[in-house]
Write a protein that binds this ligand. Structure first.
Ligand SMILES: CC(C)(COP(=O)(O)OP(=O)(O)OC[C@H]1O[C@@H](n2cnc3c(N)ncnc32)[C@H](O)[C@@H]1OP(=O)(O)O)[C@@H](O)C(=O)NCCC(=O)NCCS
Length: 179
């Protein structure tokens, strides 16, 4: 397993992971029609634009296994929701076939190190409250529940929950333990 910074050429591989993982992770949480309507092509175009325009501290990391993208993490400056949390992990997705092999942990620790190097002292991530597997993962890595808000996804009102790491060093001093 190899973690590296993503480039615009990674847009197809990231889109493949993003759409496939949304469909598995959010089945039974996000409306089925919305998941069925997700498009690899649209996702790829958005990722290409996103990766080509990345700056201002935003970054995307990919984890490759045998040369193919098995997961990715994106992060950057915290958005306005939680003052004091300078760094945010915007998303973290691992293909279902590669979950529970330490890739999520390794991506998260690498992202935390990157945020810390950019001067962030605290990190936040938002996760759907019904996404119990991801919540178990964040709790295993020491995340503390911070707050909740209602968001609309595919026409459904869902609860989004924030987990925080008030001292990012609790992550950056951790061990990546790759597969
Ligand atoms: C959540 C996710 C990122 C975790 O990544 P991962 O590579 O599967 O997790 P890791 O193997 O690094 O797990 C690290 C630790 O987290 C905990 N953990 C991970 N998945 C868990 C689960 N499903 N249930 C309970 N604990 C879990 C365990 O303590 C695990 O350590 P262990 O395997 O030694 O017991 C990944 O499963 C995923 O992409 N899920 C679908 C998409 C998603 O929900 N993303 C988050 C959106 S905010």
């Amino acid at each position: 397993m190899h973690i590296r910074e993503a480039t615009p050429d990674d847009a197809p591989g990231i889109a493949r992971v993003h759409v496939a993982t949304w469909r598995t992770a959010y089945s039974g949480i996000v409306p089925a029609e919305h998941l069925a309507g997700l498009s690899y092509e649209r996702s790829e175009a958005r990722w290409h634009e996103n990766l080509a325009g990345q700056g201002d501290g935003r970054f995307t990391l990919v984890a490759e296994v045998d040369g193919a993208i098995a997961g990715f993490a994106s992060g950057g400056p915290g958005r306005d929701d939680a003052p004091g949390y300078q760094g945010e992990l915007y998303g973290l997705y691992i293909l279902v076939a590669y979950q529970r092999h330490g890739i999520g942990r390794a991506l998260m620790l690498t992202a935390a190190r990157r945020l810390a190097a950019d001067g962030c002292k605290a990190m936040i991530i938002w996760v759907l409250k019904d996404n119990l597997q991801a919540r178990a993962f964040y709790e295993a890595l020491g995340g503390v529940p911070l707050s909740e808000k209602t968001i609309t996804v595919g026409g459904a009102e869902l609860i989004d929950m924030a987990y925080g790491w008030p001292d990012i060093r609790s992550l950056t001093h951790g061990e990546a333990r790759p597969m």
